[in-house]
Design a protein around this ligand. Structure first.
Ligand code: ADP
Length: 450
């Protein structure tokens, strides 16, 4: 098959697994479920609350026709009803013949479970070959996704393997696991070294898909993985809370003829995260304000985002020297250290994590009730990087960062530090783009937030 100008192969519809009669039945059932989801939710909404809540759910997991062992896994995880994105996406994802999906839903609304269930449903456990691949932008997220695969697949014979740095040594035997989760560089490497045989792969998932496809970032590596997969038979699943215009077209080519679930621009973040800002005098004052917040930061757990690694290191070293307990995490630390830090935070041994955009996306730690944007996220424009005054805010990263709190309907707080004209302008642009008001809190008045 030929590649087109953008380097895409154009696959035909994915392979059928069932008889034509079964497929028609499945498809009709799925269509009915989807139809009723859209139509019925409005009617039932009068009785059951806000129809626009991303968690509004009227359907059951049983109705999705999942295997009994998977249902057992879901219920063991404490899920009783599908969330709105699960309710809408799962019938489409599970129907036969498999269809591609581009799915958008706010942070913390259950996208992971939707694609993990799809991978687990499509694997043939009698074949000891990789059949589902999932890519994420960072090892922390890949490890988290794997924990969901393992938990949901607890009652199935699923075998899993990581494609993350320092996991498989040189000369490792070919992978026999059914599901492989990792980051794109290592996944490419494993395929090239023939440790990962992709000939039986039938599902390819990109979590944080807009980030994975971004031409200024991981796009090239992700495309490389895709172009090594079988041509005509892979179901491509893209999920994210954000799909900015500049990656939408690319996404549609990457996952041709996909079913699409989209959010309106003013629905991008959930309302259960209250957004504040604090007016700081200068960089040094930002540090003082952060320290004055320490008590508040440790009531639950909190994540402090900086733009650069050296800032994360500097403020964590300074706070530690002043007797506060904080941890710092960024991409320059080695793999084992990164794993130990995120695990320590996940287990609550550290309550304050100072970090960079490396964990801005996907990380799901329910106890995180506060996010601080010590630096607002801005785009590093190559041609303009010297001029910080004009730096444009990175709206998508902002939405993902604050989405580390307020998971699955919980309450959360985000606080932005602004300290000069440039950061003011950036925050105003974030407000305009998200359509959400950000409330001022005086740096000496923290009661308002408590
Ligand atoms: P997203 O991928 O959309 O950011 P996640 O899949 O990480 O969201 O889900 C957020 C949290 O909600 C997780 O802790 C997950 O276990 C939980 N969750 C997901 N689906 C359900 C459900 N149907 N019922 C209860 N909890 C759920």
């Amino acid at each position: 098959m030929e590649k087109d100008a953008d380097g895409f192969y154009t696959p035909a519809p994915a392979a059928k697994e069932k008889t034509p009669e079964q497929s028609v039945e499945d498809k009709e059932a799925a269509t009915d479920l989807v139809k009723s989801t859209f139509e019925v939710s409005v009617t039932l909404a009068d009785q059951q609350g806000d129809p626009n809540s991303p968690l509004h759910s009227v359907k059951t997991f049983e109705q999705l026709g999942l295997h009994a062992d998977l249902l057992k896994g879901i219920f063991a995880m404490g899920f009783s009803k599908p969330s709105k994105i699960q309710e809408r996406a799962l019938p489409l994802l599970l129907s036969n013949p498999p269809q591609n999906m581009i799915g958008q839903s706010q942070s913390g609304t259950g996208k992971t479970a939707a694609f993990v269930l799809t991978m687990l449903s499509r694997v043939d456990f009698s074949k000891n070959k990789p059949q589902a691949l999932c890519l994420a932008p960072a090892r922390e997220l890949a490890r988290q996704i794997m924990s969901v695969v393992v938990a949901m697949g607890k009652y199935t014979p699923v075998q899993t393997e990581y494609a993350i740095k320092d996991n498989l040594p040189r000369g490792a035997a070919p992978i026999t696991a059914h599901i492989v989760v990792g980051t794109p560089g290592t996944m490419t490497d494993l395929i090239r070294r023939k440790v990962l045989d992709v000939s039986e792969v039938k599902v390819f998932v990109l979590d944080e898909a807009d980030n994975m496809l971004d031409q200024d970032g991981l796009g090239e590596q992700t495309l490389r993985v895709k172009n090594m997969l079988p041509r005509n038979s892979v179901q491509i699943i893209l999920f994210s809370a954000t799909f900015p215009d500049h990656v939408r077209n690319f996404a549609s080519k990457f996952a041709p003829s996909a079913n699409k679930i989209e959010l309106k621009k003013n629905e991008l973040s959930v309302d259960n995260i209250r957004q504040f800002y604090m007016d700081c005098r200068n960089e040094e004052h930002k540090y003082e304000v952060l320290v004055s917040l320490y008590h508040l930061l440790t009531i639950g757990q909190s994540i402090i985002f900086c733009q650069h690694r050296h800032t994360a290191d500097r403020i964590s070293q300074r706070m530690t020297a002043e007797g506060h307990k904080v941890a710092s995490l960024h991409g320059a630390k080695d793999a084992a250290e990164r794993d130990a830090i995120i695990d320590g935070f996940r287990e609550g041994r550290n309550k304050v994590l100072i970090t960079t955009n490396v964990i801005a996306r996907g990380i799901d730690i329910l106890q995180v009730n506060m996010v601080v944007n010590y630096d607002l996220p801005f785009l590093n424009e190559r041609d303009n990087s010297a001029n910080k005054e004009d730096a444009r805010p990175d709206i998508e990263t902002y939405i993902h960062r604050i989405g580390r709190t307020g998971r699955f309907g919980r309450k959360g707080i985000s606080v932005n530090f602004v300290h000069d004209k440039a950061t003011w302008a950036q925050m105003e642009q974030i407000e305009a783009a998200t359509g959400k008001h950000i409330i001022r809190i005086a740096t000496n008045d923290l009661d308002e937030m408590e």
